[in-house]
Design a protein around this ligand. Structure first.
Ligand code: FAD
Length: 557
């Protein structure tokens, strides 16, 4: 069994940022990741990271935009921290070696993003995540951090409400291992694979959230799923909001910039929930182009497209067969981001002592019912750093709790059983059925009947999942088994999302119900907290929203 003071699960931006904070103080913190760190999904982030730098901008304005963007469900104490600490965090990244595009005065260049009243998204062409991830990884290497990669975490180990460590499966050798720790941080990212047509990597299977709810940690606001307005029609690959930030138009089949109808002031730069619904309405009402909308960047000119949006240009050519310099890009809304997650406070603490979460796996909550573009990368660094600082304090009095080694055996047996099974079901096919069900029935527009159908389908898939067989019976690098286990995680997360969405009888941010089209502050200005009951069913509780400065108002753009 391994033993370290801190185990950080996840090597995306949140995990790496926390790690730097711990390692620079010489703390014995290790990283565990199911992929090599630079393959973490943060590397796919394209458009930008927000901070108010300009003398005509202010963090207070960023604060208000984020509260309004969240449809007043975001906790204002946490959003104040996010936005007021943003500039210092970005400058610190720069000192660590992260490069951003420059403006004419030599400062960090900033572009407009949806729902923001000032151009405050710092960028590196259309590959900001790649730059940030590699920059932070360099720093983690500089501090000679131990990294267990291709290690898949299957369980948290808890003793009397206190964290004891994790159970992990070494994908390379096929062996299970216990890792004892005084503190554990989950920075395990989102659950994009719950939906078909998503912008996420195959590894985004909500493992951290599933493992947490199984260990008794509440998941907060899971019904809020972000659908990004611009994903390539055929593949769901993202086209950054930065394209609209640079001035791209959205056109329907009549060649009309239809956003004038839905958000006359903000137009294409309205928040994502508003734009995604507008597009879907145009498509549903017959003004789409083969089930898509057109994103037009031609008027920006070849030079600007090649300088600011080179990745988007290449992705459109490679995956859609369209060169945006000459033709508009067919796009449609696709699942993108998880607003909900493991409930934490603004230092990353959860309901279990010594157990933390940060980044997309966590719900602080700074995004509420709808995240603004550019605020997620910011969330990873601000709250990754804060978690690192809080863990440092926590360690001063912390000791190793008792580690129940029978849990290693338990998880080993689950994998062995899967390996031996000759069941007729295949996880890949079940996953495709689940994803399509969630897209169709718990998507951009929702209503009770369709969502109940999705819950029934999930029940059916849970039964059929008992009969999953894997074809690969080998010990080394058996990704067939890992994927079967990941499927059980996304199935559980889908169940939480669908039930939470049925429960919330209002429309707020990304959660839009045809049968309850209005926001209902009287009954629903509250967070949902999902846990598992003794019978394995999802139970819901509620908690208050922190409202410090801005009383809820009607949200128009
Ligand atoms: C295509 C795309 C573009 C985006 N662009 C932007 C943008 O421009 N601006 C913005 O603000 N946001 C953007 N976002 C959102 C943002 O990139 C993510 O929310 C953020 O990077 C998530 O970082 P993270 O550190 O929380 O998780 P991730 O980067 O997803 O990392 C998760 C880590 O957890 C590990 N892990 C997961 N499960 C396990 C397990 N069971 N065992 C061991 N390890 C595990 C993985 O190996 C990985 O290292 C974008 C998202 C996408 C999909």
């Amino acid at each position: 069994m391994l033993k370290h003071d801190v185990v950080i699960v996840g090597a995306g931006l949140a995990g790496l940022r926390a790690c730097v904070e711990l390692r620079k103080k010489g703390i014995d913190a290790i990283i565990v990741s199911k992929v090599y760190p630079t393959r973490s999904h943060s590397g796919a982030a394209q458009g930008g990271v927000n901070a108010a730098f300009d003398e005509n901008d202010s963090w207070e304005s960023h604060f208000f935009d984020t509260v309004k963007g969240s449809d007043y469900l975001g906790d204002q104490d946490a959003i104040e921290i996010l936005t007021s600490e943003a500039p210092a965090n970005i400058l610190e990244l720069q000192r660590m070696g992260v490069v951003f595009n420059r403006n004419d005065l030599g400062g960090i260049a900033q572009r407009p993003f949806g729902g923001q009243s000032f151009p405050r998204s710092c960028y590196y062409a259309d590959a900001v995540g790649h730059m940030m991830l590699h920059g932070l990884f360099d720093n983690v290497l500089k501090y000679k951090t131990k990294i267990l990669y291709e290690y898949f975490v299957t369980s948290l180990v808890v003793d009397n409400g206190k964290i004891s460590g994790v159970v992990a499966y070494d994908i390379k050798t096929g062996k299970f291992e216990g890792i004892a720790a005084k503190a554990v941080l989950f920075a395990t990212g989102g659950y994009g694979q719950v939906y078909s047509s998503n912008t996420n990597a195959l590894i985004n299977t909500g493992d951290g959230m599933a493992v947490s709810i199984k260990a008794g940690v509440p998941l907060m606001d899971m019904e809020f799923v972000q659908f990004h307005p611009t994903t390539l029609k055929s593949t769901g690959i993202l086209v950054t909001e930065g394209a609209r930030g640079e001035g791209a138009y959205l056109l329907n089949s009549l060649g009309v910039r239809f956003m004038s109808k839905y958000a006359p002031k903000a137009m294409e730069l309205a928040p994502r929930d508003v734009v995604a619904r507008a597009e879907q309405t145009e498509i549903n009402e017959g003004r789409g182009v083969d089930g898509a909308i057109l994103l037009d960047v031609r008027h920006l000119g070849k030079e600007r497209i090649m300088e600011r949006l080179p990745q988007i240009m290449q992705l459109s050519i490679d995956f859609e067969g369209v060169n945006p310099i000459y033709e508009p890009i067919p796009i449609r809304p696709g699942m993108h981001y998880s607003m909900g997650g493991i409930k934490t406070d603004y230092n990353g603490r959860t309901a279990i002592e010594g157990y933390y979460s940060a980044g997309e796996s966590a719900c602080v909550s700074v995004h509420g019912a709808n995240r603004l573009g550019g605020n997620s990368l910011l969330d990873t660094v601000v709250f990754g750093r804060r978690a690192g600082i809080d863990i440092t304090e926590y360690l001063k009095d912390a000791a190793f709790a008792k580690f129940d080694e029978s849990l290693i055996k338990r998880d080993e047996e689950i994998f062995e059983k899967l390996k031996k099974s000759n069941g007729k079901e295949r996880h890949g096919l079940l996953k495709a059925e689940l994803q399509e069900e969630m897209r169709a029935n718990v998507g951009v527009f929702r209503e009770e009947k369709a969502m109940k159908k999705a819950v029934k389908k999930i029940e059916e898939l849970k039964e059929r999942a008992k009969n999953i067989g894997v074809d690969d019976k080998s010990k080394l690098f058996n990704t067939d088994i890992v994927e079967a286990f990941e499927f059980s995680n996304i199935l559980l997360i889908a169940e939480v999302i669908a039930n939470g969405a049925i429960l919330r009888k209002e429309s707020r941010g990304a959660h839009y119900r045809n049968d309850y089209p209005e926001r209902d502050d009287e009954n629903w200005l509250k967070h949902t907290l999902a846990t598992l009951g003794d019978n394995g069913n999802i139970k819901f509780d509620f908690s208050e929203v922190s409202i410090t400065k801005f009383k809820p108002q009607p949200r128009t753009y």
